[in-house]
Ligand binder design. Structure first.
Ligand code: KG4
Ligand code: ZN
Length: 359
């Protein structure tokens, strides 16, 4: 069964063809980073315009590389939300037009669920329950996945997403956008113990797995001011002070993420650990999650970077079981910027009150 995936929720225009939910036949990604870099972040208006310019050629290339036409597909999966409304609409309307013309079923996919499915291509089907840490520029969530498509949100950020913290700190010290990859690179040459940034504690026992990164960002800002650290333009030849700052900041983010993941794992005894989303490219985080999985004696599913950052193969994989069941959205399907995953809200002794989270 051939599924076409289309992704345009933020600053990547992407299309992919996958076979039987697990085999990537083609995977095309047009990144808009060069457009947004000079503004230090994604400019929504420019993003939707560029999606509009690129969507047709990106989808055509994905079909060509797979050696198929729209008529050979069994269904189309498109990101419905969450994301930027103008950007989402470009992908959704293109997908709907294609589905209408080729008479194919179409399903809307939650972008976060897409990230969960980014493990579909390089690993066997996970054993459940699986514990997933999804960390990107817009989201930082821990899900306990009881079985396919049954998610219990057990931890989330209270303020900034982890990737957002990387991007803001990089901007602050003049390292450009996106911040994650450059901080990761520089951190490898710095001392992670040079500055001990305290981790935020969430006091509320019902939300003890939640994260907060805004205090860390402020602590970095204070450190930069107190030590009169000047932004530098050369991304390679950074002074030791910047290398140590990057290493210490990254180490604090990783410690915070892994601390909650460990608590969740000890309490909920998962059989698979999943790490996905753009921040899952981070070398220190990958190593820390792998080490945690080894300690728990369970497998760590950490996809290759091409599948952890935004792509359409993961959207196709998340849409596949829905298409297989015969689901099909109607023509009124539209963007939902704050689309949520249904939360199974399993009641445990530690979580008697049912809580509905906003993803
Ligand atoms: O999943 P993604 O491509 O887009 C969203 O859905 O947000 O994630 C992008 C985020 C950016 O904030 C970027 O700085 C971060 O992922 N990122 C990293 C690394 N590579 C990308 N963060 C830390 N270390 C990295 N190596
Ligand atoms: Zn994403």
């Amino acid at each position: 069964m051939l599924t076409l995936g289309i992704e345009s929720s933020c600053d990547e225009t992407a299309a992919a063809v996958i076979a039987d939910g697990t085999h990537v036949v083609s995977n095309v990604i047009h990144s808009q980073i060069d457009t947004h870099r000079r503004y230090g972040g994604v400019v929504p208006e420019l993003a939707s315009r560029e999606h509009l310019e690129k969507i047709e050629s990106v989808v055509a290339t994905a079909l060509q590389q797979a050696n198929v036409t729209a008529f050979d597909l069994d269904g189309i999966a498109v990101t419905q939300g969450p994301g930027l409304v103008g950007s989402l609409l470009v992908g959704i309307n293109f997908a709907k037009a294609m589905a209408f013309a080729a008479r194919k079923p179409i399903v809307g996919v939650n972008h976060i669920e897409g990230h969960v499915y980014s493990v579909a291509f390089e690993f066997p089907a996970p054993e459940y329950p699986a514990l997933a840490l999804i960390v990107s520029g817009g989201h930082t969530n821990i899900f306990l996945i009881h079985e396919p498509e049954r998610y219990e949100l057990i931890g989330r950020t209270r303020d900034d997403a982890a990737g957002e913290a990387f991007d803001k700190v990089a901007k602050l010290i003049g390292l450009g956008y996106p911040g994650g990859p450059v901080i990761d690179r520089l951190a490898q040459r710095g001392n992670p113990r040079a500055i001990i940034f305290p981790l935020a504690e969430i006091k509320d026992p019902e939300h003890k797995l939640d994260f907060s990164f805004s205090g860390l960002k402020t602590a970095v800002l204070r450190y930069v001011r107190e030590n009169a650290i000047e932004p530098v333009s050369d991304a390679v030849n950074q002074p030791e002070q910047i290398l140590d700052l990057c290493a210490s900041f990254q180490n604090a983010v990783v410690r915070a993420l892994v601390r909650s993941l460990r608590k969740a794992a000890v309490e909920r005894r998962p059989r698979t650990l999943i790490l996905a989303g753009g921040v899952a490219c981070n070398s220190e985080l990958r190593a820390a999650v792998k080490a945690l999985a080894d300690e728990l004696k369970i497998p760590a599913y950490i996809p290759s970077p091409i599948y952890t950052t935004d792509n359409a193969a993961m959207i196709a994989a998340a849409g596949y079981p829905k298409l297989l069941r015969g689901e099909c959205a109607d023509w009124t399907m539209s963007a939902d910027v704050s689309l949520r995953l249904p939360n199974v809200n399993v009641v445990t002794p530690a979580n008697k009150k049912k809580v509905r989270y906003r993803l």
